[in-house]
Write a protein that binds this ligand. Sequence first.
Ligand code: ATP
Length: 649
Amino acid sequence: MWRTAAQDSVCLLCRSAGGTRTIRNRPAATLGGGTSKSTPWTGGQQQQNQQQQQQRTFATRQERRSVPARMVLSDRASVARAPGVRAEPDGGNNRPRRDERPEGPFGGMNRRVANIEPARLSTARTRDSRGKDDREKGKGDRRGFKALNMQRSLTSIGYGARATIKDRIQSIDSFDQFNILPPLKEAISFTVLKGLTDIKPTPVQRLAIPALLGQPIGPRLRRKPMSHGGGGRQEFLLAAETGSGKTLAYLVPIINALKEAEAQDTASIAYNARLEAEKAIRGDNPMSEWIDKFEPHPNTARPRAIVLVPTAELVEQVVAVAKEISHIAKFKARPLSATYSAMKIQRNLYSPAGVDLIVATPHLLATIAESEPNVLSRVSHLVIDEADSLLDRSFSPETTKIVDRALPSLKQLVLCSATIPKRLDTYLMNHFPNIERITTPNLHAIPRRVQLGVIDVSKDPYRNNKNLACADAIWSIGKDAAEHEGPVKGEVDVKRIIVFVNERETTQEVAEYLCSKGIDAVALHRDTPDLRQSEMLASFTSSEPVRVNAAAATAAALAKGGPNSRSRYLPNTKVIVATDLASRGLDTVAVRHVVLYDVPHTTIDFVHRLGRAGRMGRRGRGIVLVGKDDRRDVVAEVKRSMFMGQALV
Ligand SMILES: Nc1ncnc2c1ncn2[C@@H]1O[C@H](COP(=O)(O)OP(=O)(O)OP(=O)(O)O)[C@@H](O)[C@H]1O
C-alpha cells in the first residue's frame, strides 16, 4: 500500500469539510481495486496533474455512489467545475460561485451581483445606504405599530429628511426675509394676522414662499435648478400639517407674481391710463355709477390666478383671506360656488373692473369653462387646494379638465394638502413626475397638544348605543365648562364641538338625536338650510368667544341624568355633525373638542378630523367612540403615535 502527499491532503480536507466521505486509505488510482495504469479516461498527463493538485475532493455523494467499481476519478475533482475555478470545501458541492462563472452565452445566468460599472455602483450604494438609514430609522420608530403598518395609507417621509428640513428653515423668522412687495408685507401684518404680536412665518410658509417666488434664502436654502413640467411650467406640492397656514403660504407668492406681472402688462397699463382720464372727466361722479358703461378691463372674465377648493364653505374662507390682502395690495379676488345665484356668478366673473383671482369649486368652474373656454385662457397660476380630495375619483374629472384647459398659459401649478395618501403619491409620480415636493417636518403628525380619549361604547351604561355615548360625551364637556366662569362675571364660554361620522347619511340622524337630548346640533350637508348652517359655521370659524348665562349652564350641569335629565337642555355647547369632507380645510379655530363618532377608516381621516382642533398652536381634545366591531388596535396605536409625537403611516 502506498500513499502520496496529495492523497494525504485529500484525506485531511475531507475530514475538515466534515461530510465528504472518501475511501481514505486508498489512493484514487486504486479505487475499485484497479491498478495505476492508464485507462481511456486517465492518461499519463492526468496522473501528473493528480500529483500537482493540492486539494482534491469527490464531486457529490451521488456521483460517488454511481461510480462503477473500476471508475477512476476525474482529476478536475468536480466535473461541473469550470476550468480555472477553485474548489470549495463545501462538502462536495463544488459548483463555482455564480458570480465567478466565466463569460459565454450562459455566463450571465443566475448571477448574484448586478453587472454595474464600479464607478456607478459606488454612487448607487451611497444613495441607497442613505435611504436605507432613513428607512431603518423610521422602521425602528414604528416598531410596535403593527395595525397601522398593516394598513399604511400615507406616504412615509424619513425622520432624517424631516430633521434636515427643520435645520434649513431655522434661520427664517420674519416675513421681511422674503422678496415680496411692501404692500403684501403690510397686508400680512395689518389685515390677515392683525392682533398677533409676534408675527412669524410658519414652517410651511418658510419653505413655500421662497420656493414659489424662486428666491434662494441663505446658502442652505439654495435649491437645485427649478423642476419644470412641460412648457417651462413650475410644479409644486405643498404638504403640511392641518392648521399650519398653507393658505397664506400659496396666496402670498401668487399675489406677488400677479402684481409684478400687472406692472409689466401693457394692456393693463393702457387701461389704467384711460380709466384715470375718465375719472378726471367724471369729477365727483362716483365710479360705481359709470364703470359698467366704461370699457371692460382686460382681465374681465379672464382671471390670471385660480384657486380650486372642494366645498362652497372653503371658497368663502379662502376668498376672505385673499380679500383681506387685496384691501392693501389692490387686486380683485372673487368667489364662484353653487351657493351663489346665476346673476351673482355672472357679476363676479364679468365685472367690468376685471377679476385677478377666482376661488372656485371644480364642478362649477368646469361647467362655466365648457361654455366659455376663454375663462381659463390667461391663467398663469393654478392652485389645487386639498389636492388629495380634488385629485381623487369624485373630483378628478372636473379638476383635470380645468388643468388641461389652463395648461397652455400656466406658469405655476401648486397642489396643496395636509396629507399625501399613497394614491396621491402614485398619481403624482405618473402625471407630475417633476413636481417639487415641499413637506414640513411635522407632516402627518397630529400635534401633541391634541389629546385623544377613548370611550368603549360596548360597556355600561351605553350597551352599544353610540348615540347615547356621543350625547353623554358632549354633556360632560358642557358640564365641565359650566364650572369655569369666563372672564365676564356670570357668563360661561360656549364650547364648539365637531362630531365626525363616516357616512354623509348618518349626519342628519346623529344631529337629530343630539337635538332630542337638549344639544344645539346641526348636520353639515347639502340639505341643511343654508342660513342655519352658515350661522353655525360662522361661530365655529371665528375666534371671537361666545358666552351664555352661567346660571342656565350650571342648572344643566347640576341636573341628574345628563342627556336623559328632565331639563334636557345644554345651553353652553354648539355642535356640528359632519363628514370630514364637508369640513375639509375649514379653519375651525374656535373648536377645542372633536368627537369621532365612527372610528375613521384610515389614518388620513384621523389626521383631517383631529386637525379641526388644536389649530395653529392651540390645544385640543379628541374623543373616539369605539364599538364592539371597531378596530381597537388601530385606535390604540394612533393614540400612542400621538403621544409620542410621531407621524401616522
Ligand atoms: N404666520 C402665521 N402666524 C399665526 N397664525 C397664522 C399664520 N399663518 C396663518 N395663520 C392662521 O392659521 C390658521 C390656519 O390657517 P390655514 O387655514 O391656512 O391652515 P391650513 O394649513 O390650510 O389648514 P388645513 O390643512 O386644515 O386646510 C388661520 O386662522 C390663519 O389666520
